[in-house]
Ligand binder design. Sequence first.
Ligand code: SAH
Length: 251
Amino acid sequence: MRGSLTIVGLGPGAAELVTPAVTNALKHSTDIVGYSKYIDRVRHSRGKSFHPSDNREEIDRAELSINLALQGKKVVVVSSGDPGVFAMASAIFEVVDKRSISKEDLPIVVLPGITALLAASARLGAPIGHDFCVINLSDNLKSWDILKARVIAAAKADFVIAFYNPRSKSRKNQLAEIYDILRETCKSDRLVIYANSVSTKSEAIFETTLSEADASSVSMKTLVIIGSSSTKKIRNTGYVYTPRYSGLEKN
Ligand code: SAH
């Protein structure tokens, strides 16, 4: 029997935000591979072989899923959010590239999921209604200098900026340093949003400003959004949005 490899995103947390296509792929799988916390989200599926592993073992996980699929298994690899956003899809294609595995050898399907930024944005109103960029604040796989250069460029270009992986046990001080860099370029009243565990039971969303922002209240479960110069709170409504125009304001 020919195997298959499907890389799926489970969305930000809520079951209702998992797409029907992902649910269908899980239903027809024989083997489910992923970080143990994400595997826990699909443990209820019956009759499957589960292959949980530690968060940092992406390449081992990619090798395992490809090998299982080449052996004829119907493999689904799970990520949170979208699998193409700082997640397993790239790790798998790194192995595909290294081993030159063609579409004929193994067809790979990527099924999108709702990434954390879209879930957080929807809760707030429309903060990414104008140009925005997304930066992974983890410097495990890139240099701190590259990261800082990208943050400076994004701030100078006046993008709304979303930071994934803003802080971890091994990276405690970097977000504070990033705030110092942003304070040199942006005005102090710039909106800063902390969206924690969006769409889960522990969801908590806070708004502050760049001058007040405290990096120590951020965790790995937080998505940080820095508003552009035009992102604003609509007074007395609780909504945050970025207008669709920029530099074209009417007098
Ligand atoms: N593939 C995932 C991102 C993985 S990187 C996606 O598309 O969403 C992990 C980072 O994503 C976390 O450190 C956090 O910044 C963000 N994140 C993931 N789920 C989240 C959620 N439910 N609420 C807020 N941020 C989340």
